[in-house]
Design a protein around this ligand. Structure first.
Ligand SMILES: [Zn+2]
Ligand SMILES: [Zn+2]
Length: 621
């Protein structure tokens, strides 16, 4: 309605919509406690705000072009007021990179059909291959680029408007560099008036990714954006409404087991989990990767928004902000602090600095406990916690764990037989190191295209022979790495989980006949590795080997569960982002008569660790 006083205005909202968590500074949620305090309502807006019959009655962010936040376009060229959005759209059409001040931080946008633009964005952002999410003008266009079922459409259009992982269609003209080697696409719809107005000017999808360098937290202030994103973006579309706290886009997907959350942030955070039992006041600080924090009090646990990997000073600052901010919003004072066992984690060091009673929770125990906090099962559960890395109680690196858990305690009843990781943490980026560790442990010799120079290889072999700088691990994530590199799929990764994803995609959605393995207290994978090597050397298709590898792991779950004999089984840990393990494992276990408990509201990955830590600490020491 061009006659409306808010026509084309980017900060329109009513009582039922609009920002909340991204603008609130303190409780109660009233305008003086939000970032809207900087904007005094004009007489028109004030009348709406105070009129109970008005749809904007007590809408805290109520505003209009006269009194509210305004847009600014910055690319050097002066531009008429009201022209900012059209000019930003033109910049995108011309293949330029736009930094857009979104709801919970800046985003970087470019034409998703333009491979040059996408590559330039990747290069400048130092994000080599990790898939980039897309924003589409409407659902109709998503259907052209992806296959979408009714439930996925619902998710896309839900109040939270998350990024939904969808199966990518071929031949749509999408730039190959958007999600290289990945059959899926992260898609979302516009979710603020500003996004709607911008996308309405476009007839193509745009890459829409967090405004940050590599994996740093998303930039929220105009100043930070100019410093950090200046070298990345060609054009800035920003505004003068401050962002109270950073909030990334949430990431979800549909599975046969319901919605699976990969990242809980905008629209889903803070997440309250409601319990039957009373909790002491616990502050849980999470782990290192995909960090979130949690506070527990009364009969609930509140999980913060996604903070990210605590590897950079920026991430440390974001962590410090959230750990101060979340308790304040809930008027919460901790009595107990819970953290990981790892002494070097920033989160652990922070927890230790508080001088409060401290509960250190083993990483995989926390994974299982998070699911227990959701379901509150009666009696013991067998927790299958599979991921990349977590410090164990015996100073080895765990990650292929079967933990018998009850209340706040656990017993490690089975695990993947250990193998050495030459170079330690270097193995996380270099799957080929896991392969050499596996082969060494199994006393097998095999050629594979590892790409090590002669002297490098000699050093790795020396580390293995002498057992120096070659910590032992029982990690399923590293087993995935080792097999992927052995099959020639991936020697070096550019983002966490990349080689495991490649192996999953190679299996093309199939669970093959299991390879042989032995189950005792440890799971002996050596018969499987030998068989994989034989298949590979006999020219069996890599996709068939990958399918059988997944089939083996699913069978391992059932075999250990039968051996332990506890009826309830929990699946948790980053490996269960793998659809074959998540859906296939749950189905196999149920088929064998077990009750399977899955992360329902929480992510399977380390984003749930804080909730598990809080749950364990809640049982007392
Ligand atoms: Zn106004
Ligand atoms: Zn983990």
């Amino acid at each position: 309605d061009p006659q409306d006083r808010r026509y084309g205005y980017a900060f329109t909202n009513c009582t039922n919509c609009g920002p909340r968590f991204s603008i609130i500074n303190d409780i109660p949620y009233d305008r003086p406690n939000t970032e809207m305090r900087h904007f005094t309502m004009c007489p028109e807006c004030s009348r709406e705000y105070h009129e109970p019959a008005d749809r904007r009655f007590h809408a805290q962010p109520n505003a209009c072009p006269v009194c509210g936040p305004s847009l600014m376009l910055e690319d050097g060229a002066p531009i008429g007021r009201g022209e900012e959005i059209r000019a930003a759209a033109e910049a995108l059409q011309e293949g330029r990179i736009l930094a857009l001040k979104g709801l919970g931080g800046y985003q970087l946008l470019c034409d998703a059909r333009n491979d040059d633009s996408v590559r330039r964005l990747r290069e400048r952002k130092h994000r080599e291959e990790k898939p980039l999410a897309l924003m589409f003008p409407d659902l109709e266009m998503i259907r052209r680029f992806c296959t979408v079922d009714a439930e996925e459409e619902q998710l896309l259009q839900s109040f939270a408007t998350p990024i939904v992982l969808l199966a990518k269609r071929e031949g749509t003209g999408l730039a190959p560099s958007v999600a290289p080697g990945n059959p899926n696409l992260g898609a979302m719809l516009p979710y603020t008036p500003l996004h709607h107005l911008l996308m309405a000017e476009l007839d193509f999808p745009v890459v829409c990714t967090s405004g940050n360098l590599y994996d740093e937290p998303i930039a929220t202030t105009n100043q930070e954006a100019r410093t950090k994103l200046g070298p990345i973006a060609d054009v800035f579309l920003s505004h003068d409404r401050p962002i109270a706290r950073h909030m990334d886009d949430s990431v979800v997907r549909r599975t046969t087991r319901g919605t699976q959350y990969f990242r809980r942030a905008r629209g889903y955070a803070p997440l309250p989990l409601y319990h039957k039992r009373e909790m002491p006041n616990v502050l849980a600080v999470g782990a290192h990767y995909k960090n979130t924090i949690a506070i527990a009090f009364g009969k609930q646990t509140i999980l913060s928004q996604h903070i990210g990997d605590l590897s950079t000073p920026e991430a440390h600052r974001a962590f410090a902000r959230v750990v101060e901010d979340l308790p304040r919003l809930y008027d919460f004072t901790p009595e107990v602090v819970a953290c990981d066992l790892h002494p070097d984690f920033l989160s652990t060091q922070y927890a230790e600095s508080l001088g409060l009673p401290l509960v250190k929770v083993q990483h995989h125990h926390a994974h299982v406990a998070a699911v227990m906090a959701e379901h509150e099962p009666e009696g013991p559960v067998l927790g299958i916690a599979w991921d990349g890395t977590g410090l164990g109680t015996d100073d080895t690196i765990w990650g292929g764990e079967f933990l018998l858990c009850e209340k706040g305690g656990f017993e490690r009843v089975a695990w993947l037989d250990t193998f050495p990781l030459p170079g330690g943490d270097a193995a996380i980026q270099e799957p080929r190191r896991s392969t050499l560790g596996l082969l060494h442990r199994a006393k097998l010799k095999a050629d594979f295209p590892h790409g090590f120079a002669g002297d490098e290889l000699a050093l790795v072999r020396q580390a293995l022979e002498k057992g120096v700088n070659a910590p032992l691990t029982s990690s399923v994530g590293r087993l995935f790495d080792g097999v992927a590199a052995l099959l020639g799929l991936r020697q070096i990764t550019t983002f966490e989980g990349q080689s495991a994803m490649t192996l999953e995609f190679t299996a093309a959605g199939r669970l093959g006949e299991p390879y042989p393995f032995e189950v005792d207290t440890t799971i002996d994978w050596q018969p499987m590795l030998g068989a994989i090597l034989k298949d590979r050397d006999h020219g069996v298709a890599v996709s068939d080997i990958a399918a059988r590898f997944h089939g083996t792991l699913v069978e391992v779950m059932a075999a250990v569960a039968r051996r332990v004999g506890v009826r309830q089984v929990v699946l948790s840990g980053g490996c269960f982002q793998n659809r074959l393990l998540y859906e296939g494992g749950a189905a196999r276990l149920e088929g064998a008569g077990f009750t399977v408990l899955l992360p329902k509201q929480l992510p399977p990955n380390d984003g749930a660790i804080a909730a598990g830590q809080a749950w364990v600490a809640g049982w007392g020491r």
